[in-house]
Design a protein around this ligand. Structure first.
Ligand SMILES: NC(=O)c1ccc[n+]([C@@H]2O[C@H](COP(=O)([O-])OP(=O)(O)OC[C@H]3O[C@@H](n4cnc5c(N)ncnc54)[C@H](O)[C@@H]3O)[C@@H](O)[C@H]2O)c1
Length: 345
């Protein structure tokens, strides 16, 4: 495979993680970083690559860059993504793809017009356990999927909100955390057809929401509920369940349940509850069957995949169009709450 030169636009928390992943992938090399703030300089110094204050200057100077990772705050995803596409680069933009559907649709159009790929940082798609949950649900092992129940509740630390952008709507738990859940739900269960919801700002009283509760109907006929909050302290969220990063200590507690006519699945713990040879009804004992999978390094796999997509050897695992559907479903939660209506997707 040809070594692919990559640039990072936005050298903050997640930009640093991408830089680490690039250093581990054979066939990918970090060429430079664009970031106007001191955090970007610290990262460029740490990894020993040139720093530019804006992406256009970087691309003008480093003309062998073939892929750009856009890891700026969500409200600043659009301009660098367009700049990269206009320079003929493929893009891996962090999630959510864009803060608005209008911008996301412009990106999808530009990507097609320039015959390039825009991948989106829904990194959970690179975990074997997500793939396995999708297989279990789609294979009919649970019977017909009837209900889904999910929770993502965490109390983020106070310093997390020091940057002002994290108090704004685009950085709330819906667009920061629920968007991952929404993407996994769509990937595992198929399309979501409609959403009803309540959103609350009772704890902090900031522009961003503190919590949301939603009801969703899937195209398959299954129905689901989900609650999300970044102010509610609990052991129930994907990160705590999986121990995905050292920053959020593992609780091992399950966060989502997929429930079918024959059996149920705890997720992400991958425990199928079933009746064995007995009739699947409430008169019979349900037994757990656990599948143990090691948690891979999804960020490493994501960069490896990005390089392969650039080299034309793999098709995108998550396209801009797909991520736009995830964004549409997530934004519908705001609309459903503010209008009091069920939103058809
Ligand atoms: N995939 C995930 O699990 C995951 C995790 C965390 C964050 N994210 C996403 O990553 C994005 C960034 O989040 P973060 O926590 O790393 O933020 P951050 O504030 O730590 O870092 C953002 C960086 O972008 C820089 N920046 C701002 N405008 C810029 C511009 N125009 N050009 C170049 N650099 C610019 C800032 O100076 C800062 O260094 C958000 O969209 C967030 O939703 C994804």
């Amino acid at each position: 495979m040809n070594t692919v030169k990559l640039a990072i636009c936005g050298g903050g928390v997640i930009g640093r993680r991408h830089a680490g992943a690039i250093s581990e992938v054979d066939g990918a090399e970090l060429a430079a970083i664009a970031d106007p703030a001191p955090g970007g300089k610290a990262l460029a110094d740490d990894v020993g690559v040139p720093l530019y204050t804006d992406l256009q200057a970087l691309l003008d100077a480093e003309n062998d860059v073939r892929g750009v990772i856009v890891s700026t705050p969500t409200e600043y995803h659009f301009e660098p993504t367009m700049t990269a596409l206009n320079a003929g680069c493929n893009v891996l933009v962090e999630k959510p793809i864009m803060p608005t559907l209008e911008q996301a649709e412009q990106i999808v159009a530009k990507e097609q017009e320039n015959d390039l790929h825009v991948l989106v940082g829904h990194h959970r798609r690179y975990y074997g356990l997500v793939e396995e949950a999708r297989r279990i649900v789609q294979s009919g092992e649970l019977g017909k999927l009837v209900c889904v129940s999910g929770i993502w509740n965490a109390r983020k630390d106070d310093p997390y909100y020091n940057p002002d952008w994290r108090k704004r709507r685009d950085a709330g738990p819906l667009l920061t955390n629920m968007i991952h859940e929404m993407d996994s739900l769509r990937y595992i269960c198929g399309e979501i057809e409609s959403i009803s919801a309540e959103v609350s700002h009772e704890v902090r009283n900031w522009e961003k929401e503190d919590a949301a509760a939603m009801v969703m109907r899937f195209a398959s006929g299954a129905i689901g509920t989900f609650i999300v909050s970044d102010q509610a302290n609990s052991p129930w969220a994907w990160e705590f369940a999986t121990g995905e990063t050292v920053f959020f200590p593992r609780s091992g507690q399950n966060a989502v349940r997929f429930i079918g006519t024959e059996a149920s699945l705890d997720f992400p713990n991958l425990v199928v509850w079933h009746n064995g040879d007995q009739t699947p009804d409430w008169n019979h004992v349900m037994e757990p069957r656990e599948t143990k999978l090691e948690l891979e390094n999804a960020y490493y796999r994501q960069i490896k995949h990005f390089a392969a997509v650039i080299n034309g050897t793999e098709e995108p695992v998550i396209s801009a169009k797909d991520a736009t559907a995830t964004l549409r479903a997530t934004l519908a939660v705001f609309d459903a709450s503010s209008t009091g209506q069920r939103i058809a997707l």
